[in-house]
Design a protein around this ligand. Structure first.
Ligand code: UTP
Length: 302
């Protein structure tokens, strides 16, 4: 008889952090761009907290040269912790301890050469194994009530389609499609928040873009996508693109969906997005917001 294929829980998330961060030079000369801070925590910590709050159990960081500050950030800081303890600075101690997780929560894989996002994910293939996994691009941080990845995981469970891909999307101005991966819509669901896709294109010019549904940095992927990445084919910009591998999966018949996530997204990989993220997060901070708002208003009126 035929056996019903059951949904596997998404336990692992890949966080690619091996990019060069050239847009932030000279800040990123000796420091990874993921360690730039949005208010009081590094950009990467926002994505890590989102993943853990969404129920992810294992984080796989794809790192490269010059990224050791990230590993140190998510480790014991023995001297600092001892000093804070001795001085009775308990709040600060708690803040520091909250960046250290149970042993085995984070695995590090090295991408020796930045050959593209698809290649970065492929570098994690042995750690991912044969189960569905999430990908979070830490450049994107999302301000909102429910963690973005949790929203996707809920939709993923509701789809009840073992082996499917689900991609977080955002409607963008048509002239901006050349900055994103863009999905080709097959059909929308009844409530107009999710759709099935019949293709995906990396950075299309507006004239040829199949839609304005742009991929940002949140994915749930079936491991079969890794088999396409095995071919190491270069795409747009000479990089091995995750988008191309997903497109090949769709052509193989892998069901792939897009979902419009709620929340305000900031692209911290760009200077404008990074500055805006700082302003937005500071304004919603109960300690900083009230003092900051009049100061910002004064700055604008000057
Ligand atoms: P970006 O396109 O933002 O490139 O990468 P970048 O090198 O990080 O930054 P710029 O453009 O030079 O300023 C998107 C995401 O993919 C990761 C990056 O770390 C980032 O999270 N990535 C990209 C890799 O891990 N490896 C790569 O080979 C390329």
């Amino acid at each position: 008889g035929s056996k019903k294929v059951t949904m596997q829980r998404v336990r692992k998330a890949v966080l690619p952090v091996a990019g060069l961060g050239t847009r932030f030079l000279p800040a990123t000369k000796a420091m990874p761009k993921e360690m730039l801070t949005v208010v009081d925590r590094p950009v990467i910590q926002h994505a890590v907290q989102e993943a853990l709050a969404s129920g992810i159990e294992q984080l796989i960081f794809v790192t490269g040269r010059g990224k050791t500050a990230i590993e140190d950030h998510f480790d014991h800081a023995f001297e600092l912790e001892a000093t804070l303890q001795a001085r009775g600075k308990h709040d600060a101690l708690e803040t520091v301890e909250a960046t250290n997780f149970p042993p085995g929560t984070i695995a590090y894989v090295r991408q020796q050469e930045p050959l593209g996002l698809g290649h970065a994910v492929w570098c994690a293939r042995h750690v991912i194994g044969d189960e569905p996994f999430a990908v979070l691009l830490p450049d994107d941080i999302i301000l909102g009530d429910e963690p973005c990845l949790a929203q996707l995981l809920e939709v993923y469970d509701r789809l009840d389609a073992p082996g499917a891909n689900l991609i977080g999307v955002e409607a963008v101005e048509p002239e901006l499609t050349r900055k994103f991966g863009v999905l080709d819509i097959d059909r929308w669901d009844a409530d107009g928040t999710s759709f099935s896709a019949k293709g995906i294109v990396e950075k299309p010019e507006p004239e040829v873009a199949p839609s304005n549904m742009a991929v940002f940095g949140r994915y749930i992927l079936d491991p079969s996508v890794l088999r396409h990445l095995d071919r190491q084919e270069k795409g747009t910009g000479g990089e091995i693109q995750l988008t191309d591998a997903i497109d090949a999966s769709i052509r193989d018949g892998v069901l792939t969906y897009g979902h419009l996530c709620e929340g305000q997204r900031f692209d911290c990989g760009s200077k404008t997005g990074f500055v805006l993220a700082n302003v937005a997060y500071a304004l919603q901070d109960p300690e900083l917001g009230p003092g900051l708002l009049p100061a910002i208003k004064a700055l604008i009126e000057d």
